[in-house]
Design a protein around this ligand. Structure first.
Ligand code: PGA
Length: 254
């Protein structure tokens, strides 16, 4: 039987990369990914490298995505990048509401919900990032926080928009720290998120890919992927190293 939700592994390069290093990394991924039998892999380079990456990935099974998108249509928004431009460059995915954008660039739930809509309306698949800080977790507020973050996009666009979306649960305290959530703790949040979407639409919830991010490595990926509601990973640090990223992709289908 085919899995209900094909696994998805996305590599978030954050603000890293250079022409030569990108070419080496992508060359290796292209060469070795077919044997990983992963359902779907995407790389998310910084804006200036989207065109280079699109060219280097041409004809491969690896998808292209971006790390952010403007909520505005093209116009007088210096420094912003419109959804239509990302589509023009071949982007299929785009992160919205990564915790670094929320914390360092003042992105509120309302702004993130608008970005989600801009990506979706342009025909891309938004990857909506959700996650609690350490203080929020210690205050037992994890579900309140991720539901509030999800609710903003659900209220603005309706559950139908989630038929072409991915959720990425990324506890802030686990990002770049080496402290991944345990598979059981992550599963509990993923399950709660799916149940929340199911309240609005059972079929959308059943097909919705909910991926985990936060210190995913080769040695913890398989245990995370074995959880029933963890449908893949959003990988940061390990996405910059071809061997580490490939090992995570292989863990989807050990
Ligand atoms: P990390 O980052 O894998 O380095 O923890 C994940 C992310 O921020 O998407």
């Amino acid at each position: 039987m085919l899995p209900v939700r094909p696994a998805f592994v996305a590599g978030n390069w954050k603000m890293n990369g250079a022409l030569a290093a990108n070419a080496a990394l992508l060359g290796k991924l292209r060469m070795e990914l077919p044997e990983c039998r992963v359902a779907e892999v995407a790389v998310l380079p910084p804006f200036p490298y989207l065109d280079q990456t699109a060219r280097l990935l041409s004809g491969s099974t690896i998808s292209l995505g971006a790390q952010d998108v403007s909520r505005h249509a093209p116009g007088a928004y210096t420094g912003e990048v419109a959804a239509a431009m990302l589509v023009d460059l071949g982007c299929r995915y785009v992160l919205v509401g990564h915790s670094e954008r929320r914390a360092l660039h003042g992105e509120t739930d309302a702004i993130v919900a608008e970005k989600f809509g801009a990506a979706w309306a342009a025909g891309m698949t938004p990857i909506l990032c959700l996650g609690e800080t350490l203080e929020e977790r210690q205050a037992d507020a994890t579900l309140d926080v991720v539901f509030r973050q999800l609710e903003a996009a659900l209220a603005l666009h309706g559950v139908a928009a989630f038929a072409n979306a991915v959720l990425a649960y990324e506890p802030v305290w686990a990002i770049g720290t080496g402290l991944s959530a345990t598979p059981e703790a992550a599963q509990a949040v993923h399950q709660a998120l799916r149940q929340r979407v199911a309240k609005d639409d059972l079929a959308v919830a059943a097909d919705l890919r909910i991926i985990y991010g936060g210190s995913v490595r080769a040695d913890n990926a398989a245990a995370l992927f074995a959880q029933p509601d963890i449908d893949g990973a959003l990988v940061g640090g390990a996405a910059l190293d071809a061997d580490a990223f490939l090992a995570i992709c292989r863990a989807v289908n050990p």
